[in-house]
Design a protein around this ligand. Structure first.
Ligand code: ADP
Ligand code: ASP
Ligand code: MG
Length: 423
């Protein structure tokens, strides 16, 4: 007997027909004698629809009320899955975020899970009942509904898995694993048998939305075994216990897989893209100590995440241009904050551009190998793609390019690093 958390994403839950497929997968897992908790997303498109209602009702919406609205999508699917499982003869019930409860910090719309009361859940599962839990939602200390940020059901699933000490957390989605890049962009992308936590964390943080970044960080911290696999499977498909998807593994496990010849050691694990950032250029900023602090302090105080930063070498008259990126959703706020401080910062103009994309190459092999960056720059230049900014970490290189060139850049790099599947 194992204890398994199964998470199903929006595409898998889109409509009663698909929910029936999901219920059958859940029933098959329970029929193996396992204790099962299921975490579900809202139907595909539903959260976007609810977000739009909030914007229409009040463009400057209160995040606490936004959470009340957007959390509702998952309430519907959790109830529907419990009903469908009951129709298949299974014992099942839903546990809403506030009923367990899933305690989070108060930061509405981007809350973080603090703790999960798991006792009742474990008792129900031990009594043979399938627990169905809406993802994405939680409860703040002052008993208001919170949500965990877009894509947050992955994090709910990992948090539940940690709380009930599950043997595995299976993330069922609309692709059958983690690929070398988004398989919807590159048809020759290759499915990976395993990816390390560190690489997956980096890939998710630079735009590979197959897992929410926070879910990977939490899985790494709590040592949760995570598998990414498809819910769109036929009758004869291998069971999840045979690990048909992609496992997220520790460095040691990866070494073992390589030793056994089950994985090849790769320089580059994956390529990701992100079209959700915007570029800001402040021109003619004074080139003196404190100038950049004056720019970034107000942004930090407003919880606006700044990503790539370039400060050009000072030019005449002790002035310089400062370029950086912020999430597109925060661009208007960032611009207003900077305009308010124009005289204090002392810049001349603000130039913004939302038509940019960030392309990132990730791989632990970079720690020990030179030449990964130059391969990237040469491959892009050979196709006439201009690089507007560069940033790096120990296992990642990112470049900013024109948004229209995103797909081309991802394909070109996939080939340049020898990642294309043959045949
Ligand atoms: P869900 O609704 O199940 O949470 P998401 O849409 O959030 O699903 O994530 C799955 C999608 O992630 C896939 O359809 C795919 O287009 C995208 N994706 C991006 N990068 C990758 C990658 N490296 N491997 C697999 N899928 C990826
Ligand atoms: N429904 C939420 C979203 O669309 C959470 C999730 O699906 O993970 O962001
Ligand atoms: Mg998702």
């Amino acid at each position: 007997m194992a204890r398994i958390v199964m998470k199903f994403g929006g595409t898998s839950m889109a409509g009663t027909e698909r929910i029936r497929r999901v219920a059958n997968i859940v029933r098959a897992q329970a029929a193996r004698g396992d204790q099962v908790a299921v975490v579900v997303s809202a139907m595909a498109g539903e959260t976007d629809r609810l977000v739009n209602f909030c914007r229409e009702a009040n463009p400057l919406y209160d995040p606490a009320e936004y959470d009340v609205v957007v959390a509702s999508g998952e309430q519907v699917t959790s109830g529907l899955l419990a009903l469908t499982l009951q129709a298949l003869g299974c014992k099942a019930r839903s546990w809403l975020g506030w009923q367990l409860p899933i305690r989070t910090i108060e930061a509405h719309a981007k809350a973080r899970v603090e703790s999960i009361e798991a006792e009742a859940l474990i008792a129900a599962m031990a009594a043979g009942e399938i627990a169905v839990i809406p993802g994405f939602q939680g409860l703040s200390e002052d008993n208001r509904v919170t949500t965990l940020g877009r894509g947050g059901s992955d994090t709910s699933a990992v948090a539940v898995a940690a709380a009930i000490k599950a043997d595995r957390c299976d993330i069922y989605t609309d692709v059958d694993g983690v690929y070398t890049t988004d398989p919807r962009i590159v048809a020759k992308a290759k499915k990976q048998k395993a990816v390390t936590y560190e690489e997956m964390l980096e890939l998710a943080s630079v735009g590979a939305k197959v897992l929410q970044t926070r879910s990977v960080g939490l899985a790494m911290k709590e040592k949760v075994r995570v598998q990414v696999l498809s819910s769109f499977i036929g009758e004869g498909a291998p069971p999840a216990d045979d690990l048909p998807g992609t496992m997220i593994v520790s460095d040691e496990e990866m070494d073992e897989l390589v030793e056994k010849g089950l994985m090849e050691r790769q320089l580059v694990t994956g390529i990701a893209h992100d079209k959700n950032e915007a570029k800001v250029i402040l021109t003619r900023v004074p080139d003196r100590p404190g100038a950049v602090a004056n720019i970034f302090e107000p942004l930090a105080a407003a919880s606006i995440n700044v990503d790539m930063i370039i400060q050009n070498v000072g030019r005449d008259k002790g002035e310089t241009d400062v370029t950086f990126t912020v999430p597109q959703a925060d661009l208007a706020r960032a611009q207003a904050l900077l305009e308010d401080r124009r005289s204090e910062i002392g810049f001349n103009r603000i130039i913004t551009d939302s038509k940019i994309a960030k392309i990132s190459v990730v791989g632990v092999g970079m720690k020990s190998h030179a030449g990964v960056a130059s391969t990237m720059f040469r491959a892009l230049s050979d196709r006439g793609i201009n690089i507007q900014a560069i940033s790096t970490s120990e296992i990642k290189i990112s470049v900013m390019i024109d948004e229209d060139e995103t797909e081309l850049a991802v394909r070109v790099l996939h080939t340049a690093y020898g990642l294309d599947a043959v045949g």
